[in-house]
Ligand binder design. Structure first.
Ligand code: GLU
Length: 474
């Protein structure tokens, strides 16, 4: 049982169809559009790894979808669903995602076809390091070439194995740390990367909910407070998104995992559910909540906002009609098939598309990459300077007004920015700015019927111009 991804071939076709639908609203000629759409380079490797007493042949991929800007950028996933079509689709989404949030990278994606639960930590380390050396051999990794990151089934630990393997194979490269992002802070990571995708999802949905005209159409009020939310997938992205929604006053009514779902109209606490999950091995039987042993049923429960935050194609032609949410925020990549997209749009549901909504991860990866290349922590140069400036400003205000600010007020005003403050505010600004760009296209370009098409148009416009200005090698 579980919510399964049934159609990888159609996932890639779905991405291509969405591209074609949007391309008709742009001014680029057929050749430029064909080049934007094409997957430039595909690496498939098979390599042996000693697992226990036997040798296992591992299948893995890295796809560089676009080279219009370098490096290529995108995560590496560990999953049994990995195949060439899936990685191609995901790499293509990365190209469009980066363009939408003005991150100057081409799209890439990697995948290793394994069920990570079946391996020990040491075996996973061997697989990850061997994969990295395969990427090195083929020139598919490097700070200016292709920069992986975490994705489904991977995290900071895997990234630290990658940076260590790459650095030991490239000992003279002073920028070696920039070969991968999503690293632990001690290995050159940036503060705020772990929660970045989930926080970006929150910022994006909050921005969408701030437009009165759009909310009235859905018979909702503006703002996040009081909205009923269901989150599917309690991995890094889903967990952090749920947490930020909860902190903003939303009511988390449903949570869905691969082996079951729970629902409580009075609201769930995500940290307590996590603790229950750790103690019992699953989210089912959480006190006061209704259980669904088939997780797919969890998607169909009443709510205002549904956040699919796991794998692709979980909402398809057979269940789309039963979705009760008024807004779907695509935290995962490709959670809706194109058939589901049509059904949901016809129902008047507002779908906030993946290529915009989950771009918080790659946005903060960009900040991490910049940090690695500049070899300095954000805020290191300006923090004390700003504190001193604010101090002087308060002194001047006090002496001209003859009034004193309290010690607490002084302390609050005086705080110069730390790395985490800068990363979070850079992410917030990006998510707000990009939503407005997409919404503008949606509202103002004749014939555009949904936000996804608007987001693709936004991406194609930027990449098309880049290709035009780049010129094509004769
Ligand atoms: N895997 C994430 C994504 O799909 C992050 C990619 C990155 O940070 O490069 O967007």
């Amino acid at each position: 049982m579980g919510i399964t991804n049934t159609a990888n071939n159609s996932f890639f076709e779905s991405v291509q169809r969405n591209f074609d639908k949007a391309a008709q609203f742009t001014r680029f000629d057929h050749g430029i559009l064909a080049q934007i759409k094409a997957c430039n380079s595909i690496l498939r490797v098979k390599f042996p790894v000693k697992i226990g007493e036997s040798i296992e042949v591992i299948e893995a991929y890295r796809v560089q979808h676009s080279h219009h800007k370098l490096p290529c950028k995108g995560g590496i996933r560990f999953s049994m669903e990995v195949d060439q079509e899936e990685v191609m689709a995901l790499a293509a989404l990365m190209t469009y995602k980066c363009a939408i949030v003005n991150v100057p990278f081409g799209g890439g994606k990697g995948g290793i076809k394994i069920d990570s639960r079946k391996y020990s930590d040491f075996e996973l380390e061997k697989i990850t390091r061997r994969y990295t050396s395969e990427l090195c051999k083929k020139n598919f990794i490097g700070p200016g070439i292709d920069v992986p990151a975490p994705d489904y089934g991977t995290g900071a630990r895997e990234m630290s194995w990658i940076v260590d393997t790459y650095s030991s194979l490239n000992p003279n490269n002073i920028d070696a740390q920039a070969c991968v992002t999503g690293k632990p802070v001690s290995q050159g990571g940036v503060r705020g990367r772990t929660e970045a995708t989930g926080l970006g999802v929150f910022f994006g949905v909050r921005e969408a909910c701030s437009f009165q005209e759009d909310m009235e159409k859905l018979e909702l009020t503006t703002g996040i407070a009081g909205k009923r939310i269901i989150v599917q997938g309690l991995g890094n992205v889903g967990y952090h998104a749920a947490k930020y929604f909860q902190e903003a006053g939303a009511k988390l009514v449903g949570l869905i995992e691969y082996n079951g779902a729970i629902y409580d109209e009075n609201g769930l606490d995500v940290d307590q559910v996590q603790a229950h999950r750790q103690a019992t091995g699953g989210i089912l039987n959480y006190p006061g909540a209704i259980n669904f042993s088939d997780p797919a049923e969890g998607l169909e429960q009443p709510c205002d906002i549904l956040i699919p935050a796991a794998l692709e194609s979980v909402i398809h032609k057979d269940n789309a009609d039963r979705i009760q949410a008024k807004i779907i925020g695509e935290a995962a990549n490709g959670p809706l098939t194109s058939e589901a997209d049509v059904i949901l749009n016809n129902k008047g549901i507002l779908v906030i598309p993946d290529i915009y909504l989950n771009a918080g991860g790659v946005t903060v990866s960009y900040f991490e990459w910049l940090k690695n290349l500049s070899h300095v922590r954000y805020g290191r140069l300006e923090k004390r300077f700003e504190e001193n400036m604010y101090n002087e400003l308060i002194d001047i205000i006090e002496s001209t007004t003859g009034k004193r600010v309290s010690d607490l007020e002084r302390k609050t005003i005086l705080r110069g920015p730390d790395e985490i403050d800068l990363v979070h505010s850079g992410l917030e600004d990006t998510m707000i700015g990009s939503y407005r760009e997409i919404r503008d296209i949606y509202k103002n370009r004749e014939g555009v019927e949904d936000l996804r098409t608007a987001a693709f148009i936004c991406a194609i416009d930027k990449i098309g111009v880049a290709y035009e200005e780049l010129g094509i090698f004769p």
